[in-house]
Design a protein around this ligand. Structure first.
Ligand code: SF4
Ligand code: SF4
Length: 139
């Protein structure tokens, strides 16, 4: 490359606005169909465990507290999930989804990758039975 061409490129680059964003200080809204953290709405859950069987990564577990009264707790391992959405597509009761605004999931502590969904009381009873599970829970 000729020196004049190089100097012209450098000069033009200095005058141009950067195309990169100052993340995390500047953020663009996430695309509507982005597959972020798994969400679970227990209202219609029957405890069929189809989602658990379909997960190729062993990232979800459905813990039955009281089947007759439809009390379940879902354990979700963010670190194992590949965000394939297979569980979401296969739940016949539309209990599962993938959030497009909860996707910044990096953590320095592995325990933070395990989250428990369910009522506070049920999650608490599971955590007491599994002290190694730590204190990560989402309602
Ligand atoms: S597939 Fe749906 S209804 Fe069945 S256990 Fe999973 S979330 Fe519940
Ligand atoms: S999105 Fe895929 S990997 Fe993640 S929990 Fe569902 S089935 Fe498993």
């Amino acid at each position: 490359m000729k020196i004049e061409t190089m100097l012209r490129d450098i000069w033009q680059s200095l005058l141009r606005k950067p195309v990169t964003e100052l993340y995390p200080f500047q953020r663009q809204p996430a695309p509507e169909r982005l597959r972020g953290k798994l969400t679970w709405n227990p209202e219609n859950c029957t405890g069929c465990c189809l989602c658990v069987k379909d997960c190729p990564c062993d990232a979800i577990e459905l813990i039955t507290i009281d089947r007759a009264n439809k009390r379940f707790v879902m354990r979700y391992d963010v670190g194992r999930c590949t965000y394939c959405a297979q569980c979401v597509q296969n739940c016949r009761f539309n209990c599962l989804g993938m959030s497009n605004d909860d996707w910044e999931l990096a953590a320095t502590n592995k325990a933070q990758f395990t989250v428990y969904y369910g009522s506070e009381e049920d999650v608490q009873s599971i955590l007491e039975q599994r002290p190694e599970a730590g204190d990560q829970s989402d309602e």
